[in-house]
Design a protein around this ligand. Structure first.
Ligand code: FAD
Ligand code: SF4
Length: 348
């Protein structure tokens, strides 16, 4: 089915311009139908709000020959689960999710993360699933005239010797130092959310901490999803102390900018002792970075600035920054300390 209201051109057609690419557009009536459509199209892709994928198509970075529109196919509802958790339909818009009363009350860091990203218009279109699977903002990835192992495996990484100020300090590889751009994903990782998928091999439940990959020798693979895996929902487990959680984003300007460093955190302190804590960093790695070492150091000990600083330093001890982004190490440390101190002061 042709894209409604859009004339399809083939390269060489009058008015097509050099290299204009054609693609098919389909809407399935069921999730299994959508999965089946994509299973037959190795170069096809699901389409959510299109705010990232269509941009990448315009830049010639993504070249799908089939788009399967799933925006209205998956649920657009936020629902309470019988275990006290919350299910977010994959098609819920970023605006709707940020404004949802259940989310704002129980998991405020999620709402804060969403509202710190993109713009009102983009958030109205963007879906929860699409947000998690948006691609890196490394400038070379988006510029098809430069070598980039993520875009074209084996061509090299332009960022390592080039502009890498915004890129990763943890978990990098000689092949890629990109960061993952989603703010929502960082909050979901801190909350131990899981992603539900339906694919050619059936249904899966994937912990958010395992959805995104470190680059290793295969930076072209952002996640553990297989071709044709459709995200249908995201489940948040019950976590009472997440009602007092906070997402802090450090960026070059106050709005409409991707993160330099983010921290998503929740802490449960009783009589000055840390009973439980959740911390994740964004803007520092190829995946949202759960601060496991810092959490382990803090649990069961006193809550205070010195302890928060030591825990942050332990987490960042493995950082391997490049010449242009070493500032991110103290920035990440200070952001974590400040975020936890603000949480100690009480609900925001
Ligand atoms: C100028 C600008 C600034 C931005 N700033 C920020 C920011 O600060 N922070 C931030 O987090 N984001 C930011 N964004 C990114 C924005 O949030 C994403 O573009 C958006 O969330 C992607 O959602 P979408 O539904 O439009 O995805 P799409 O563009 O439709 O899809 C993205 C990817 O997800 C796949 N996909 C979509 N739905 C599914 C599904 N159900 N199952 C499996 N695969 C699926 C697609 O195939 C594609 O690969 C910005 C974007 C722009 C353009
Ligand atoms: S950091 Fe990754 S995305 Fe950026 S140029 Fe290098 S390989 Fe490409």
């Amino acid at each position: 089915m042709p894209l409604r209201g859009v004339r399809q051109y083939r390269a060489g057609d009058p008015g097509s311009g050099p290299g204009m690419r054609t693609f098919r557009y389909e809407r399935a009536s069921t999730t299994s139908g959508a999965v089946a459509l994509l299973a037959e199209a190795p170069h096809g892709a699901f389409l959510g709000g299109g705010t990232n994928l269509v941009d990448l198509m315009k830049l010639d970075v993504a070249r799908p020959d089939l788009l399967v529109d799933v925006r209205r196919l998956t649920s657009d509802r936020v629902e309470e689960l019988s275990n006290g958790g919350v299910r977010i339909g994959a098609g819920v818009s970023n605006s709707q999710l940020a404004a949802d009363p259940l989310i704002r009350r129980r998991y405020p860091m999620l709402s804060q993360a969403l509202l710190s990203g993109a713009s009102g218009q983009l958030r109205n279109l963007a879906t929860a699933a699409g947000n998690l699977l948006q691609r890196t903002r490394c400038p070379y990835f988006q510029d098809v005239t430069t070598p980039c192992n993520k875009r074209e495996p084996g061509t090299g990484c332009s960022a390592i010797e080039g502009h890498h100020r915004d890129l990763a300090i943890l978990g990098t590889s000689p092949e890629c130092v990109a960061t993952h751009p989603s703010d929502l994903a960082v909050a979901l990782v801190a909350l131990d959310a899981v992603v539900r998928t339906e694919g050619p091999d059936g249904e899966r439940v994937i912990p958010m901490t395992e959805l995104h990959r470190l680059p290793g020798p295969e930076p072209q693979r952002d996640t553990v999803l297989r071709h044709g895996d459709l995200i249908t929902a995201i489940d948040l487990p019950p976590l009472a102390f997440a009602a007092c959680s906070y997402f802090r984003k450090i960026r070059d300007r106050a709005s409409y900018a991707f993160a330099l460093v983010t921290v998503a955190a929740a802490i449960d302190v009783v009589d000055g002792v840390v009973r439980d804590v959740r911390i994740a960093f964004g803007g520092v790695a190829h995946k949202p970075w759960r601060a496991i070492k810092a959490e382990e150091l803090l649990r069961g000990g006193p809550a205070g600035e010195d302890q928060f600083r030591r825990a942050a330093e332990a987490e960042l001890a493995d950082a391997r920054p490049l010449a242009g982004n070493a500032f991110k190490v103290p920035l990440a440390r200070n952001t974590m300390v400040r975020t936890l101190l603000e949480l100690l002061e009480g609900p925001r």
